[in-house]
Write a protein that binds this ligand. Structure first.
Ligand code: CO
Length: 253
């Protein structure tokens, strides 16, 4: 069942989204060779605590940390760790924030120092694919329009879209209906209506789209060892089109 949100509820989610967007911008300033994802995780816990917000991922189905920090061939749900990031790494930081009972979810990919041309292109294509998907998120369109816009752009650039993880409705709960695939056919799937709030969060691999799960039963990594990137926004559908609740501002598109 898809839970439709009122404009007042969307405003509350936007407050959580603004907090999360600001946090991503602070993380961007911290990332450099030598820092660890465990240090970033601790920074996130403190940042949220100081602002009366809750790191929703911590304890969610037993997930142990505030952030997911997925490095290089890790697709998603990477555990923060004490190993230092090094020049040339890419990583995605994914977080869900609860503020005054309402949630926002956003992942962003980061580069550590200078990265390869392939890595740069992977990040650019993944980020662009998210915004192409968001453009299609208007009342009357279907989720297949969103997914196919993402898939076509990604594949035309020689990369692949992960199938095993999808976007999701969100509100008071992290995972609500509908599921939001980042692939599909135009004109198919759930019809979009005003008041829907969901994430779009394409994970894009430089190689094949297949994944394997680590022994920790959480971390997914590419089956062929290729790089993977992810960008995610929480969006609300209004009669005037999508609102990006986790928008970081123009310079970060
Ligand atoms: Co999400």
């Amino acid at each position: 069942m898809i839970i439709i949100k009122t404009m007042e509820e969307i405003e509350k989610m936007k407050k959580a989204g603004e907090l999360l967007a600001g946090l991503h911008k602070e993380i961007a300033k911290l990332i450099r060779p030598g820092i660890t994802t465990m240090e970033i995780d601790r920074f996130v816990e403190d940042y949220l605590d100081e602002r009366g917000a809750i790191p929703e991922q911590k304890g969610y189905h037993g997930y142990p940390y505030a952030t997911c920090a997925s490095i290089n061939d890790e697709i998603c749900h990477g555990f923060p760790r004490d190993e230092k990031l090094k020049e040339g790494d890419i990583l995605a930081i994914d977080m869900v924030v609860r503020l005054d009972g309402w949630l926002a979810d956003s992942a962003w990919s980061y580069t550590v120092g200078e990265v390869s041309e392939e890595a740069r292109k992977l990040l650019d294509v993944t980020r662009k694919s998210l915004y192409l998907g968001i453009e299609k998120a208007v009342p009357g369109n279907r989720l297949g329009d969103v997914g196919s816009a993402i898939q076509q752009y990604v594949e035309s650039n020689g990369f692949s879209v992960v199938r095993d993880f999808v976007g999701h409705g969100i509100g008071r709960d992290m995972h609500e209906d509908p599921q939001v695939p980042h692939f599909g056919k135009p004109g198919r799937g759930v019809r979009l209506m005003e008041g829907m709030v969901f994430t779009i969060e394409p994970m894009v691999n430089a190689g094949e789209y297949g994944m394997k799960l680590d022994d920790n039963k959480w971390t997914a990594r590419t089956i062929d060892g290729s790089l993977s990137a992810q960008y995610e926004h929480t969006i609300a559908i209004t009669k005037d089109g999508p609102i990006i609740l986790t928008d970081q501002g123009e310079s970060r598109e």
